[in-house]
Design a protein around this ligand. Structure first.
Ligand code: NDP
Ligand code: 8X3
Length: 250
C-alpha cells in the first residue's frame, strides 16, 4: 500500500505518517522544510522498514505540484491513500482589518494546494478503480468564530470539495472522508500568530487539547474499515471543547 501525506513535517501530518508507517504503508511525504522532511523520512524508513519518498515543495505553487506529484516515479504510481493535510491559519483579525497576504496564503494552501494534490493523485486512483482520499478539514469547516473569517471559509470550501469529490469519484469506488478536529496542540497556533510562542500557548491553556496522534487514530479508523464501508465525516473534539467557541478552561 502507498499513501501520500501532504504537510508531513509537523503536527497532524507527521503523526499520520508514523501511524501509517506502523501499518506498513510506503509513504510519499511533502512539506517545505527540507531538513525536517528528510529526517522524518530516514526515521520512518529505518524504523519501520518501509519505502519513503520525500517531496520538498510548496503546495501553493501549481508548477511545483505538477513537477512532483504529476510525475511520480513508476514504482510510486499505485497510490492507495491521499491525505490532504497541508494547511494553516494565518492571522486572527476581524474581516475589516485582515491582512490580504494572509488571506491569500490560506486560500492558496488550504484550497488550491488541496486541489492540486487531488488533481494529480486522483487520476492514479480512478485508473485502478480504487483509493481513499482523506481531507483534513476542521471544526472551522462546520462553524465560524470571531476573527476566524477567511480560515473558516477555506475549511468550509474543503467541506464542499469533499462532498463534490465523493460524488465524482463514486463510479470508481474511491472513498472520500473528511476529518474535522477541534483544537489540536501542534505548530498551528505558532504559525497563526507568526511565531509568538506566548500567544500560541494561551490557545491551549486551562484544558487538555487534542494531540496530533488522536487525529491520526481517527484517520486510521476511517482507512481501516472494510471495502464496503466509507466513513464520510469525523468531527473530533477535545472533551473540554463544546464547539468552535466554548471551552471549559480551569
Ligand atoms: P502544523 O503547522 O503543525 O502543520 C502544518 C503542515 O502543513 C506542516 O507540515 C507544513 O509543512 C504544511 N504546510 C503548510 N503550508 C504549506 C505549503 N505552502 N506547502 C507545503 N506544505 C505546507 O499544523 P497542524 O498539524 O495542526 O495542521 C494540519 C492540518 O490540520 C491543517 O490543514 C490545519 O488546518 C488542520 N487543522 C488543525 C487543527 C489544530 O487545532 N491544530 C484543528 C483542525 C484542523 P512546512 O511548513 O514544512 O511546509
Ligand atoms: C483549527 C481549529 O478552532 O482554531 O482548525 O479553527 S480552530
Amino acid at each position: 500500500m502507498i499513501a501520500v501525506i501532504t504537510g508531513a513535517t509537523s503536527g497532524i501530518g507527521r503523526a499520520i505518517a508514523f501511524h501509517l508507517a506502523e501499518h506498513g504503508y510506503d509513504l510519499i511525504l511533502t512539506g517545505r522544510r527540507k531538513k525536517l522532511l528528510e529526517e522524518l523520512s530516514q526515521t520512518l524508513a529505518a524504523g519501520f522498514g518501509i519505502r519513503v519518498l520525500p517531496l520538498c515543495f510548496d503546495i501553493r505553487k501549481k508548477e511545483e505540484a505538477e513537477k512532483y506529484l504529476g510525475h511520480l516515479p513508476d514504482d510510486w504510481q499505485e497510490i492507495d491513500v491521499l491525505i490532504n493535510n497541508a494547511g494553516l491559519a494565518a492571522g486572527f483579525h476581524p474581516i475589516h482589518e485582515g491582512d490580504i497576504s494572509d488571506w491569500e496564503q490560506m486560500i492558496d494552501t488550504n484550497i488550491r494546494g488541496l486541489l492540486y494534490a487531488t488533481r494529480y493523485i486522483a487520476p492514479l486512483m480512478t485508473a485502478r478503480r480504487t483509493g481513499h482520499i482523506v481531507n483534513i478539514s476542521s471544526i472551522a469547516g462546520k462553524e465560524v468564530y470571531p476573527n476566524g473569517n477567511v480560515y473558516c471559509a477555506t475549511k468550509h470550501a474543503v467541506e464542499g470539495l469533499t462532498r463534490g469529490m465523493r460524488i465524482d469519484l463514486l463510479p470508481y469506488g474511491i472513498k472520500v472522508t473528511s476529518v474535522s478536529p477541534g483544537a489540536v496542540e501542534t505548530e498551528f497556533s505558532l504559525v497563526r500568530f507568526k511565531g509568538d510562542a506566548q500567544r500560541a500557548k494561551e490557545v491551549y491553556k486551562g484544558y487538555q487539547p487534542l494531540k496530533a496522534e488522536d487525529v491520526a487514530e481517527a484517520v486510521w479508523f476511517a482507512l481501516s474499515r472494510p471495502p464496503h464501508v466509507n466513513i464520510n465525516d469525523i468531527l473530533i473534539m477535545p472533551t473540554a471543547q463544546a464547539n468552535a467557541v466554548f471551552f471549559d478552561r480551569k
